[in-house]
Each structure stands twice: as structure tokens, then as C-alpha cells.
Design a protein around this ligand. Structure first.
Ligand SMILES: NC(=O)c1ccc[n+]([C@@H]2O[C@H](COP(=O)([O-])OP(=O)(O)OC[C@H]3O[C@@H](n4cnc5c(N)ncnc54)[C@H](OP(=O)(O)O)[C@@H]3O)[C@@H](O)[C@H]2O)c1
Length: 345
């Protein structure tokens, strides 16, 4: 089968490899669509230099076979799934593997294109909101309780939008999104009460104006550019919490009384968070529950995928997609690929 290897400096190679076998707790998926994430170019470029593998983590398709411990999925099921980061058999390929805890059945009305935008960013957003900021999960009796304001820095990023969609399942006094040209889509979600444009004015002053004296204990920093968490530190109460998403950075400028929850998608597959001593073993079963609810919420219209652009030529366009992400050209959308569009397949 064909598989895309991501190399550094950024370049992709389409190679022939054997079709993988699923592990005991995995499904093997015949990939119909796969999606790109910023980490896919960052990993070989500077996070883990020298490791050149298929970096895809998100996909939708048909179950081809299942491992011996998998009892909920069977050949032919339409699914969306997340593949463990930095492991073999990634999703930029004709076939890819995923643990069953990060796989869900796609409701019939949800397309493969929409489905493949959800597993990675949707799951990471839920980890940040519920496991690190400890906002009540939608099944908690406390979910009906009114929460203090929530700030989502990078509201139009995939991570930000899924955080906002999940926030809509709860109750917040205010939901403040920091975004720029992606505002229109964020507005359409119908959950944000106040917008701050990071390209104009003074973000800290604008956040203070939006809070209008309300205390803020919870912030999501989906941008992590240094400026973002320093600005949020000026706004958060000293016993507040912030969820950050780039584990290897130095967050020591955030006052020590503020809880810094490092959200790392790998914990749902039992991987340790780089530079953090917490193992977050509970995240494995959290993802299991979440992925089943993703299917249900999608079927009920309570959840939706991220807007997307399908690049032409399937897997042959992964390099172009990753380059667009690297150059910051993508606003409020996912770049996705239909495997069947790959020339020669
Ligand atoms: N720890 C993990 O496991 C994990 C998982 C997923 C993602 N991440 C990381 O989280 C970050 C977001 O990922 P993503 O996939 O959600 O990214 P994305 O969708 O590609 O982000 C693009 C968005 O970023 C917004 N943006 C750029 N600069 C901004 C700024 N200064 N302030 C506010 N918004 C800004 C743009 O907003 P406008 O278009 O509105 O200008 C654009 O819509 C990345 O750094 C990624 O590596 C980490």
C-alpha cells in the first residue's frame, strides 16, 4: 500500500509498505479521508528531529479488521479514529491502525470528510476542558451549574472551535474567544459572548473590558506563542487554571499559584507528557467514553466537525497541506485528503 513519510526540512515521500496488522486492542482502517495537524510538520522539523515516519493521526474510513480484544467494531463499519502520535502505521496511507478507545462509529449522515476532522483536535479539546481545567463533564450532575467565564485564546483554531462546541454543552457566564480572521465561523457556533481580536488593540485591555469585573478562573491557550499565556496570566485569578498544549515549552513566567495543565493528546494512548511528571492514566478511559459520545452527539446534532478544504490529488498533497500549516495560511479550517484521489491508486 501507499504511505506518506514526512521528512525534515519539510518534504513528503509516498512509499510502498506492507499493509499493517492491527494490534490486540486496535482496529485496522481502510482510510477514506485523513486530516493534517500542525504537529505533523513540527515533529520531524524540531520536536523529534531525525524521526521520519508517517505522521498522520486522524482518519475516517471502513474497518478492515480488528485485533483479538476488540469486540465493538467489525469489518465494514464506517468509523473515524485517531492514531497514536509518533508510532508506525499513521493515517496518511491506504490503511492505518488505531486503538479502539479512540475510534467511533460515524452516524450515517456524517460524511467521511467531516468525520476525519474530529478525532485529534476534538479529543485534545475535551482533555483540556474536562481533564485539566476540571470543567464538569456533560454527564456530571454539576454540568447544569453556571460556571465562571471561560477564555479561549485561539478561538478559531481547530482546538479552539472544538473547545467552544464542548463549552456549548455546559453553562458559562461568559465565553470569550480571542481570534482574528476566523471570527465568522466562531460566531456561527452561537456560544461566544465576547470577541477579542488579537490583531487589533491591546488584548489584555480588551479581555478586561469583556470580563467587565467578572473573575476569570479558566483559560484555554490554543496558541501557546508565549505572548498568549503571558496575557492570560494577567487576566486569570491567582488560583485560576490554564490549559496549554505545547508540552516542551517553558511556562515558568506564569505565576506559580496558577495551575498549568499540560494537555497532551498522547495521554489517551498511555504516552507520558514530555516534561511533566503526571501520567494522566485516567485519560485512556476518558477517551473511550468521549469517542462513544462523539458518535452520539454527532447523530443528535450537538457536535459537528471542523470546516475543511479537500486538497486535490489525495496523499500526494500532504506536503502542500503541511506547508500551508507551517506558513500560517490556514484559518478556521482543516486540510484534508481523500485517499482515492491519489494519482496511481
Ligand atoms: N498537545 C497536543 O496534543 C496538541 C493537540 C492538538 C494541537 N496542539 C497544538 O495546538 C495548537 C493549535 O492547533 P490547531 O490544530 O487547533 O491549529 P489550527 O487550527 O491550524 O490554528 C489555526 C488558527 O490559529 C489562529 N491564530 C494564529 N495566531 C493566533 C493568535 N496570535 N491569536 C489567536 N489566534 C491565532 C488563526 O486564527 P484566525 O484565522 O482567526 O486569525 C487560525 O484560525 C498548535 O500549536 C498545535 O500544535 C497540541
Amino acid at each position: 500500500m501507499k504511505s506518506v513519510i514526512v521528512k525534515a526540512p519539510l518534504r513528503c515521500e509516498l512509499i510502498d509498505v506492507p499493509i499493517p496488522e492491527p494490534g490486540p486492542d486496535e482496529v485496522l482502517v481502510r482510510v477514506v479521508c485523513c486530516a493534517s495537524n500542525p504537529r505533523d510538520w513540527k515533529a520531524p522539523d524540531h520536536l523529534l528531529p531525525g524521526v521520519e515516519i508517517n505522521q498522520g493521526n486522524e482518519m475516517s474510513g471502513f474497518v478492515e479488521s480488528v485485533g483479538r480484544n476488540v469486540f465493538e467494531f467489525r469489518k465494514g463499519d464506517r468509523v473515524a479514529a485517531a492514531h497514536p502520535m509518533q508510532t508506525a502505521n499513521g493515517t496518511y496511507a491506504e490503511f492505518a491502525t488505531a486503538p479502539a478507545n479512540t475510534c467511533f462509529l460515524l452516524p450515517p449522515q456524517i460524511s467521511f470528510e467531516e468525520g476525519c476532522t474530529i478525532p485529534f483536535a476534538g479529543c485534545t479539546a475535551a482533555l483540556g476542558l474536562y481533564q485539566r481545567l476540571k470543567i464538569p463533564f456533560p454527564t456530571s450532575p454539576d454540568n447544569a451549574a453556571l460556571q465562571p467565564p471561560l477564555i479561549v485564546y485561539g478561538g478559531s483554531s481547530a482546538l479552539g472551535c472544538f473547545t467552544l462546541k464542548l463549552a456549548k454543552l455546559g453553562r458559562f457566564k461568559k465565553v470569550i474567544a480571542v481570534c482574528g480572521s476566523g471570527r465568522a465561523y466562531v460566531e456561527s457556533l452561537g456560544v461566544v459572548t465576547h470577541f477579542v481580536d488579537y490583531r487589533k488593540g491591546n488584548v489584555v485591555d480588551d479581555l478586561k473590558a469583556a470580563l467587565d469585573g467578572e473573575k476569570c478562573f479558566h483559560a484555554v491557550d490554543a496558541i501557546n506563542d508565549g505572548k498568549s499565556w503571558r496575557q492570560l496570566s494577567e487576566i486569570l485569578e491567582l488560583d485560576g487554571s490554564i490549559s496549554v498544549y505545547l508540552p516542551r515549552l517553558d511556562y515558568s513566567s506564569i505565576p506559580s499559584s496558577i495551575y498549568v495543565g499540560i494537555t497532551f493528546f498522547g495521554t489517551v494512548h498511555g504516552q507520558p507528557t514530555p516534561g511533566w511528571d503526571r501520567r494522566c492514566e485516567e485519560d485512556v478511559d476518558f477517551a473511550y467514553v468521549l469517542f462513544r459520545l462523539f458518535g452520539k452527539w454527532l447523530s443528535e446534532g450537538k457536535m459537528s466537525g471542523h470546516p475543511y478544504t479537500v486538497l486535490p490529488n489525495g496523499l500526494a498533497s500532504v506536503e502542500d497541506g503541511l506547508r500551508q500549516l507551517k506558513e500560517g495560511l490556514v484559518s478556521a479550517r482543516k486540510l484534508i485528503y481523500r485517499v482515492a484521489d491519489t494519482p496511481g491508486l
